[in-house]
Every structure is written in C-alpha cells, then in structure tokens.
Write a protein that binds this ligand. Structure first.
Ligand SMILES: Nc1ncnc2c1ncn2[C@@H]1O[C@H](COP(=O)(O)OP(=O)(O)OP(=O)(O)O)[C@@H](O)[C@H]1O
Length: 633
C-alpha cells in the first residue's frame, strides 16, 4: 500500500510512524473512538493527533529539561523544510555558559508532545525516527559506515544491542527498505542546476521552434501559435535594450525550493503560497533599506532566509545567504537538505554530496565572531586528528568570505531526542525490564559503552571534550548489523592538554551540567580575588577537566536510566538551584536524592562513582569502560 504512494504523499506523511503502525491504523475501522486516527493521507489528522498528545503531555508533565537551543522560528522552519523528529518530542535543552550563546540562545518553552503513548520499547518507530538519513532505495544509496580505525580503544568498540531489539530492527529494516517514505527528499533546497536545466530546455525549445518556423516559411504553411510566439520573442530580443548602456547587475541563479526530486520550476513555484510570498516581500523590504545587497537576492532565496531565520538574527541570515551565494563549492558540490540543529556557533544542515551521493552534515559558522572562530579551529583540529568509530567523522572543510563550513558524517538523531522518544507516560516507573526512561538496559549499556569508549579515547589522547551531554551524542541505526551506533560530536569546547599545561579552572560547557567542583571553583576564585592569596587545593593542582567530562558522562547515564536529569538540576528558580549547589558542597559522594530502585547494583555503583562530588573520588573513563556493569554481556 505504501509502496503505491507518490513521493509527494510520502513526503506529507514522512514524519511519523513505522510501517506497522501505518498499516494497523489505516486499515482498522475508524468507528473505535479509542483507535488512533488515520494518519495515512491526512496531515490535519496527524497534526490534531500530535496536538492532542502535546496537550496530554503538558497536562501530565511537571518539570522539563530546559531548552535554550531551539529558536522561536523553529516551527516555521520545520514547516518549510522538514518536520524534524524533535518537533514531535519534548525538547528541553540545556543552556551554555558561553559568551556566544545568545546567537540562538533564546529561551524557548518546552512544547512538543511526549510520544510515550506510542513508544515503549525498541521498536520500528525508533528505527524510523533514528534514521532520518535513511532513504528509499530508489533515490538514495544507504550510507555505509566507514570502517575507521579505532586508535586507542579495545575490541569492544562495536557493541550490539540485545537480540530482541536486533531481531525487531531486522524486520523493520526490511519493511523500511520498501515502504518508508523518503525523508530526505521531503524538501530540498536545490541550488543552481535546475535553473541551468530550465534555461537549456528553453533554448532547446526555441531552437526547435525556430527550425519548424523556418521550415513552415519555406513550405508556405500558416505559422503555428508557437511559431508566432517565437517570432514576437525574437523581435523583442532584437530591439535595443534600455539598459544596454548601464550594465545590469548579473542576476544570481535562483534557489529553488523543490517539492519533489523531479520537480520542474512550475511545481517549485507552487510551493510558495501567495501569503508566503507577501510575507517574504514585506520582510525583504525591511532589509532592502538596510542593505544594498538585498537586490542581489533572488526572491526565493529571500523567502528561505526570511523563513529560516528570525528577523533579529541577521548574523545567521547572512551566513545562509553567504552559504548559497558566495560559496560555489556548496552550490556545486552539495544539495542542501534541511536544518539538523543549531547551536551557539551557527547551524547544521543536512546535505548530499553530488559527487558520490554521500550524506553529510554541514556546520555553517559565521566567521564574524572571534570566539566562534577559535571554537571552530579547536573543533577542526580535533576532528581532523582523531579517527574513531564513535567520534563523528570529519569529511572536509571549506570557507567563503563570510562563513566556514565544516562537513562531517551525518550523525542521525541526537541522544536527547532518543531519550525523549522513549520516555514512558507514567514517568519513571520501571516496567518489564525497562528503565524509567523506557529504554532497555542492554540498549543503554550499548550506547553508553560506545560513548564511553569515544570519551576514553579522547582522554587517552589528552583531549578534554568539555561539553559532554546528550545533545552532543548522535545515534544512528547501522542497517548492516541492525545495531545502534552512537557518536560524540561538537568539539567546540574541547581542549588539548599539553605537557606543561596549567591546571584548568574554567568551565565553558553547559551550565547545569557543570560538576560540583566548579561551584567550589567559583567560590575559590572569588576568595582568591578578595584575599589576594593563592589557595592551594589538592584537587585543583591536578585538575585539567577530565573529571568534569566524567561527571557529565555520569549525568548522561543517569538520564538514560531515569529519562531525565536529576530533578535538583532542573530547578528553574535560581535561588533554589544555588541553595542546592551550596548543600551539595558538604556531600562527598552521590549528590542527588533519587536513584532508581530495582536496577542492577553494578549500575548503581557506576552511577555513584561517576557522579561523586569530590573529583578525586570520581572514577576515570579508563575505569568506566572496564566497570562490571559495562562488561556484562
Ligand atoms: N553530523 C551531524 N549529524 C546530525 N546532526 C548534527 C550533526 N552535527 C550537529 N548536529 C545537530 O546540530 C546540533 C548543533 O550542532 P553542534 O552542537 O555541533 O553546534 P554548536 O553550535 O557547536 O552547539 P553548542 O552550542 O552546543 O556549542 C546538534 O545538537 C545536533 O542535533
């Protein structure tokens, strides 16, 4: 049934549900009021359904993880480009201490629905959502993972999820290969080739019409309407042009928001509604007055820019404009897809390399900010230096006058989304072998082990990541082995510890994930400033930041098990949060009130040791990967 859908229909329904889910709910009778709505051909129903889930979630949920990443225009963006999995799940992200964070750093209320009604285990849905990069076979070749060398890790670096999940995944992947809507073709910002193609086609048709016109003139037959039109066009062309003296600006090739992979310009234009066009025009007028470059912008590019970026975010608007207009490499070498995410440095786009069809992620970083520049250099340096199965692979780097482009492997969905997707509606009640997060223990173990191996490799190479969190871990499904693959990304806060490096007292990562010693560190530094004496502290003389990574990794494990960060850290009242932080200074070990009961004693031990308040009591990453809970088969 799904195989008969047109691409357009596939795209409309791309978001959501696995094949089995489709089948069940499209074929079942709609008389049952409890049954889910037919989602197959009705976007409104889908939206209503998601909306009702959202309401349920908002009614049933208390605290959510704070979000500072999504910018307020995200919904429009998603409408224009893809509906990202994140739209369907509560995304509440953590905030940075970074000075540059304001770029996208507006607070955005938790808004998405909790999909727990749909998800409870590792099921087809998970795989469907986890593989935004997977595509229908007729259009994309499935990306194969490069067998990168694992420089410092043990042979355990490739872990399989449990057999139950594996067998399910296997079934689903078969289904998906024939029926999953092609997510990637949903909306492609196709750059210049279409225009060139249309131009060529027009030239060809002119040529044919001219030929037939000449032939009919010779034969004395009356000219056809086509021939008449051609004559008029040729006449117009032969007239002297008004602007032939003052040279017109060369018109940039238009950017086409393609609605189908084999669209022509007609269907493309139809993707912009009249209202949209008016909005774009209105908005573009705002900018026309402020920038002489406006006139150079193609109407549709303007529309894309205006839709993607909020008015205030001129910097990023300029970045995308630059990406399309100035960087010929991006225009010629990549077909840009959708926005994958954004952070303090810029934004990340999915793209397909024209040369070999490889799917990649392109991080676009405006180069007008020194801080971002240094962050970018750090990231490039580390990505370039390391090859590890569980570290996001570097593909290439290039730049335009205004932007830098960092091309990496496509990483799939973030661990943040993965966790949100699994949360059970009842909260942290453990059910049938699952953790409160709704994720199977074996899957948690597999993902956590892979990420630990990556972090351990970084530490062994004297690199501190500096911003470990579930948003910086990406998950894909490896269809060859039907296993989850986890990778660490975002090395913008990383640092190399060289011989003779001084101990590091600064934390640039995500505020609420800062380890307890950073609270003390602040206090300590304040004290030092006031008293003007050097305060020596055992822990600080050897402190480079590895311990902070371990603590953040412990929080990630905590979240994988419980579905959320410890409630103490999610406290939104700054006074209460500060009070908690003061309180935890007097504790030496595990600083959180809740630790899920009924979980493996080894797992409890690992959590406690990773989340110890005193850094010297904290386990190292080398010890983590050899911990009994992780080495259990
Ligand atoms: N290779 C990738 N594949 C898929 N998604 C990605 C990829 N790289 C980044 N993303 C998405 O984009 C988001 C932002 O990327 P990233 O964290 O690298 O940006 P940043 O500006 O450095 O963020 P931060 O503010 O945390 O420093 C990520 O959370 C992730 O969801």
């Amino acid at each position: 049934m799904t195989a008969m859908l047109t691409r357009h229909e596939q795209r409309r329904n791309v978001l959501v549900f696995p094949t089995d889910f489709y089948r069940k709910h499209t074929e079942s009778s709609s008389s049952d009021s409890n049954s889910m709505p037919n989602l197959m051909h009705n976007n409104n129903n889908t939206n209503k359904y998601l909306h009702s889930l959202k309401l349920q979630t908002l009614q049933g949920k208390g605290k959510t993880r704070p979000n500072t990443r999504q910018h307020p225009y995200q919904p429009q963006l998603q409408q224009l480009l893809f509906q990202q999995p994140s739209e369907r799940f509560p995304r509440t992200r953590q905030g940075h201490v970074d000075a540059t964070h304001s770029a996208f750093g507006q607070k955005y209320p938790a808004q998405s629905p909790n999909t727990n009604a749909l998800t409870n285990t590792i099921r087809p849905l998970d795989i469907n959502l986890l593989t935004p990069t997977s595509a229908a076979p007729e259009t994309f070749s499935s990306p194969s993972f490069p067998s990168s060398s694992c420089s410092t890790t043990s042979s355990t670096s490739h872990l399989h999820s449990d057999t139950h999940a594996t067998s399910k995944a296997s079934t689903v992947s078969t289904n998906l290969s024939t029926t999953t809507p092609n997510i990637n073709t949903k909306a492609v910002i196709r750059i210049p080739t279409l225009a060139a193609f249309t131009k060529k086609r027009k030239a060809e048709s002119n040529h044919t019409a001219a030929e037939s016109s000449a032939a009919s003139e010779l034969s004395g037959a009356p000219p056809s309407p086509d021939q008449k039109r051609l004559k008029i066009r040729l006449k117009l062309r032969s007239l002297p042009k008004e602007d032939s003296v003052a040279k017109p600006e060369p018109k940039p090739e238009p950017i086409v928001i393609s609605d189908d992979s084999d669209d022509d310009l007609t269907s493309t234009e139809s993707t912009l509604s009249q209202d949209d066009e008016m909005d774009a025009d209105e908005e573009s007028n705002d900018y026309a007055s402020s920038s002489s470059e406006r006139v150079k912008l193609d109407h549709q590019l303007r529309h894309v820019l205006n839709t993607i970026f909020p008015k205030r975010e001129d910097k990023n608007r300029a970045a995308l404009k630059s990406a399309f207009e100035l960087c010929s490499q991006l225009r010629d070498d990549y077909i840009v897809g959708r926005l994958l995410g954004s952070g303090s440095s810029g934004f990340v786009l999915s793209a397909k390399r024209v040369f070999d069809g490889r799917e990649v992620a392109i991080k676009v970083i405006p180069s007008d900010n020194k801080y971002t520049e240094s962050k970018f250099r750090r990231e490039l340096d580390i990505l370039n230096a390391l090859t590890h199965e569980n570290i996001l692979g570097f593909v290439e780097y290039f730049e335009s006058p205004d932007c830098k482009f960092l091309v990496t492997e496509m990483g799939g969905s973030s661990l943040f989304d993965f966790i949100e997707m699994h949360k059970s509606p009842q909260g942290a009640a453990m059910k049938g072998g699952h953790f409160g997060s709704g994720i199977q223990e074996s899957v948690v173990r597999s993902i956590f082990m892979q990420l630990s191996l990556a972090l351990c490799a970084l530490h062994q190479n004297h690199i501190v990541h500096g911003d470990i969190k579930d948003e910086n871990a990406l998950i894909t499904v490896d269809h060859n082995t039907n296993t989850y693959r986890a990778r660490i990304c975002d090395f913008g806060h990383s640092k190399r510890i060289k011989e003779g490096s001084l101990p590091s007292f600064t934390f640039y990562g995500t505020t609420i994930l800062a380890p307890p010693e950073m609270d003390a560190n602040n206090a300590l530094r304040e004290k030092m400033k006031r008293s003007d004496i050097q305060v020596e502290h055992d822990d600080w003389t050897r402190y480079y930041g590895y311990e902070a990574d371990v603590f953040a990794m412990g929080l990630m494990l905590y979240t994988l098990v419980h579905g959320d960060l410890p409630s103490e850290l999610m406290e939104r009242d700054p006074k209460l949060l500060a009070a908690y932080k003061r309180r935890r200074r007097s504790v030496k070990t595990f600083p959180f009130a809740v630790l899920q009961k009924n979980i493996d004693e080894d797992l409890k031990d690992l959590l406690k040791r990773m989340l110890a308040v005193t850094p010297s009591r904290r386990i190292t990453m080398a010890e983590v990967i050899n911990h009994p809970w992780l080495t259990k088969s």
